[in-house]
Design a protein around this ligand. Structure first.
Ligand SMILES: [Zn+2]
Length: 293
């Protein structure tokens, strides 16, 4: 079932747990993610380049259909939009949220992008995630990268940024990177706590691949309400595809891709939520959601 993105994240933030979010470039990936979700809430991320790709609207419609039919509470989000064209396209396709990523712009241009994105998104009831701070690496490739110390989110900027841009959710840079961690990752929890103390908005942690379970859970306890995963999922998908070729036909290939994604995603759910019940370890109450939209 499709659920409201903002309600899901607000509840996660309030209850100190997080929803796992996974980049889906096709239906096979989404099927693997939902198999691993096993009824738990999840965000399906549609990468921004995919929505502008020929057939991007069809992929969005397919992901939406997958979400509607899922046993899990699901929200669909456009990830890392750098311009308004892909935000408009995604809103037309019925996503529940978009990320307006102005992290590579000047501070003021970042605020302007988020405000413009909100004006498009608000008409459709679509939530907007902004980025404060800049991550090293590229969300579409699995290159080894080190942390960009100059890009870390400055807690002193949080209040003003949120007041001016009014994002529904804020992605932070606290030692995380996109791609493969070159050095042993170190999440700056003191910085995260300082950010979380300055805003009630749900916080998102990108670059979840490569972070250890203990680091992820500590980040969730300190205010992270959504953790994005892409790199490891994509690596598993590509490796499964390579291993299944050349003998496999299309259906066997799809089965191998879905199974590989499900294995990685299951490990990520366990890392973010704890292994047994799917609940964050500090939580005891059941996760129940009613469908929206
Ligand atoms: Zn990201």
């Amino acid at each position: 079932v499709i659920v409201d993105f903002l309600a899901l994240l607000r509840r996660c933030r309030a209850e100190r747990r997080a929803v796992a979010a996974f980049s889906c470039y096709d239906v096979e990936t989404a099927a693997g993610v939902l198999r691993a979700a096993a009824g738990r809430p999840v965000v399906l991320l549609m990468p921004a380049p995919a929505i502008l790709h020929p057939g991007g609207d069809l992929l969005a419609a397919a992901l939406r259909a997958v979400a509607e039919q899922a046993a899990s509470p699901v929200s669909l989000q456009l990830d890392h939009a750098h311009g308004l064209e892909e935000i408009r396209a995604a809103c037309d396709c019925g996503v529940g949220a978009v990320m307006a990523d102005g992290s590579h712009l000047s501070r003021d241009a970042n605020v302007e992008l988020v405000i413009a994105a909100r004006s498009i998104a608000a008409r459709r009831g679509v939530a907007v995630e902004a980025a404060l701070g800049r991550l090293a690496g590229d969300e579409e490739t699995a290159l080894e990268v080190g942390v960009d110390a100059d890009g870390l989110t400055d807690p002193a900027e949080v209040r003003r940024f949120v007041a001016e841009a009014q994002p529904d959710c804020v992605a932070v840079a606290i030692g995380n990177v996109h791609g493969v961690y070159r050095d042993r990752p170190r999440v700056d929890l003191a910085r995260l706590r300082s950010i979380a103390a300055r805003t009630e908005r749900p916080l998102a942690l990108h670059g979840g691949s490569g972070l250890q379970a203990c680091a992820l859970r500590a980040a969730v306890g300190a205010g992270i309400a959504k953790v994005n995963f892409n790199t490891e999922l994509r690596q598993a998908y590509v490796a499964a595809t390579r291993d299944a070729l050349p003998a496999a036909g299309p259906l066997a290939l799809h089965r191998a891709q879905t199974a590989a994604v499900a294995t990685v995603a299951a490990a990520k759910f366990a890392a973010v939520l704890g292994p047994s019940t799917g609940l964050h370890p500090v939580e005891a109450g059941p996760l129940t959601w009613t469908a929206s939209v």
